[in-house]
Design a protein around this ligand. Structure first.
Ligand code: SF4
Length: 169
């Protein structure tokens, strides 16, 4: 199984809590003004990595305690990312997933797209919502604009409503 990837960052302190290995997935249907990663938008861009190649890369990053799926739009490759996320959690890593879609949208579409649910279930944290330039705020943890939320996915799936993690403001 392969993942179409725009790039990776091996030890990031800004994309999630702790020290993160970040995978920027390739492909996004949105056209957010001032998109933070325009090279990651074309579906045909980037390069293919096998799951095994990415696992090896993650394993060489010995200080990493978090795996981050950013984009692009990670939910376009939800099935394969869910597999990688499950593997990461079994190794004790936290999983943080970004999405331009809201938690409510992803939950609503989970019956239609079972893979959305799988990716949510292996994500400890979801950072949701598209970047909105009018709501840009450089002081926010892990986000670019105020509409984006940091969500505790396990609690949110249990309650079927978004539970915001207040620790990050
Ligand atoms: S969701 Fe992210 S990658 Fe997609 S257009 Fe918006 S800012 Fe760019």
């Amino acid at each position: 199984m392969k993942i179409r990837v725009a790039g990776v960052k091996k030890e990031s302190l800004i994309d999630g809590p702790g020290i993160s290995f970040v995978i920027f997935t390739q492909g996004c249907y949105r056209e957010c003004p001032e998109c933070h990663n325009p090279d990651a938008r074309p579906l045909e861009g980037g390069m293919d990595f096998t799951l095994e190649e990415l696992k090896e890369e993650i394993d060489t990053s010995k200080y990493v305690d978090t795996l981050v799926f950013s984009g692009g739009e990670p939910f376009l490759q939800a099935e394969v990312l869910a597999r990688l996320g499950k593997w990461a959690q079994q190794r004790g890593l936290k999983v943080v997933t970004y999405s331009g879609y809201t938690f409510e949208y992803l939950l609503d579409k989970s019956n239609e797209h079972g893979t959305y649910r799988k990716l949510l279930e292996v994500s400890n944290i979801l950072i949701d919502g598209a970047y909105v330039s009018e709501e840009r705020d450089l002081m926010l943890a892990f986000r670019g604009s105020k509409n984006q939320r940091i969500i505790d996915v396990k609690d949110s799936l249990q309650r079927e409503e978004a539970v915001i993690m207040e620790d990050y403001g």
